[in-house]
Design a protein around this ligand. Structure first.
Ligand SMILES: O=C1C[C@@](O)(C(=O)O)C[C@@H](O)[C@@H]1O
Length: 230
C-alpha cells in the first residue's frame, strides 16, 4: 500500500481533446488534476459537465494555475471566484486556490475548506520566508497546503525536505511540497521520509519542470513504500 498519493495532471488545450483521453490510462492513479488553465474561461465551463462525467469514478483536483504562478490563465478576482463557484457545483474532490495571488477567494469559499488545496508556486527560487508562508497557509485550516518551488542549489532541496518533515511532525499530514526541476526530483518520491502527502506525475506531458513519469513514479514508490505500515 503506497503512502504517497499520485496525482496526474490532465491538460486539455481544446474541448475536443477530452474525447481522446482514455481513462484506462489513469488506472491506479489516486487523483486526477484538471489543469483547466490550458483552456479559456468559456471553454472550461463548456467542458466541465463532460470532464466530470468522464472522470466520475476518480477524485478530481480542479486547478486554475494563473500566469503569475507559472500557469496560463489570468482572471480578475471576481471571475476567478465565480469560476470556482461554478466548478464546485460539480462536486470536485478538491480545488486549488493560490493563496498569495487569489487569497480573497479563500475567504469567500470558507464553507468548502475541506476541499481546498491552498497553493503557492515560485518558479524562480525557494523564498527565504518559505516556512513563514507555509505556516500562514496552514493557519487557514484547509484540506492541504501545497508549495512548488525552484531550488537553486542542493541545499534548497534538502532544506525543503526538512521543513516539510518538521511541519508534518508538528501539524500532521497536511503538506504537499516539491522542489521543481531536475535538481528537485528527489522531493517527488520522498514523501515517506518528509511526510509530503501527494506527488504529481506526468502521463503525456509535464505540468511542471522535473515531474517524473507516472510509470517511474509508480515503480519507485512501490519500491520505497511497499512495506510501510499504515
Ligand atoms: O501545484 C502543482 C504542482 C506542480 O507544479 C508540480 O511541480 O508538480 C504541478 C501542477 O500541475 C500542480 O498544480
Amino acid at each position: 500500500m503506497r503512502r504517497t498519493k499520485i496525482v496526474v495532471p490532465v491538460m486539455l488545450t481544446e474541448p475536443s481533446d477530452l474525447e481522446r483521453v482514455n481513462i484506462n490510462d489513469y488506472e491506479d492513479v489516486d487523483l486526477i488534476e484538471w489543469r483547466a488553465d490550458f483552456l479559456s474561461e468559456e471553454d472550461i465551463l463548456i467542458l466541465a459537465p463532460q470532464f466530470f462525467e468522464k472522470f466520475k469514478d476518480f477524485k478530481v483536483l480542479f486547478t486554475l494555475r494563473t500566469v503569475r504562478e507559472g500557469g496560463n490563465i489570468q482572471l480578475s478576482e471576481k471571475k476567478y471566484l465565480a469560476l470556482l463557484q461554478k466548478i464546485l457545483t460539480y462536486n470536485p474532490a478538491y480545488i486549488d486556490i493560490e493563496y498569495f495571488t487569489h487569497g480573497r477567494a479563500l475567504h469567500q469559499l470558507a464553507a468548502f475548506a475541506d476541499k481546498i488545496v491552498l497553493s503557492y508556486h515560485n518558479f524562480e527560487e525557494v523564498p527565504t520566508d518559505l516556512t513563514k508562508r507555509l505556516l500562514k497557509m496552514h493557519q487557514e485550516k484547509t484540506a492541504y497546503v501545497k508549495v512548488a518551488v525552484m531550488p537553486g542549489h542542493e541545499c534548497d532541496v534538502l532544506d525543503l525536505m526538512q521543513i516539510t518533515r518538521d511541519l508534518t511532525l508538528e501539524y500532521g499530514e497536511k503538506f504537499i511540497t516539491m522542489a521543481m526541476g531536475e535538481l528537485g526530483r528527489l522531493t517527488r518520491i520522498s514523501g515517506y521520509l518528509t511526510g509530503s502527502c501527494w506527488t504529481f506525475a506526468s502521463l503525456t506531458a509535464e505540468s511542471a519542470p522535473g515531474q517524473l513519469s507516472l510509470q517511474h513514479t509508480r515503480q519507485i514508490l512501490d519500491l520505497l513504500e511497499s512495506d510501510l505500515t499504515e
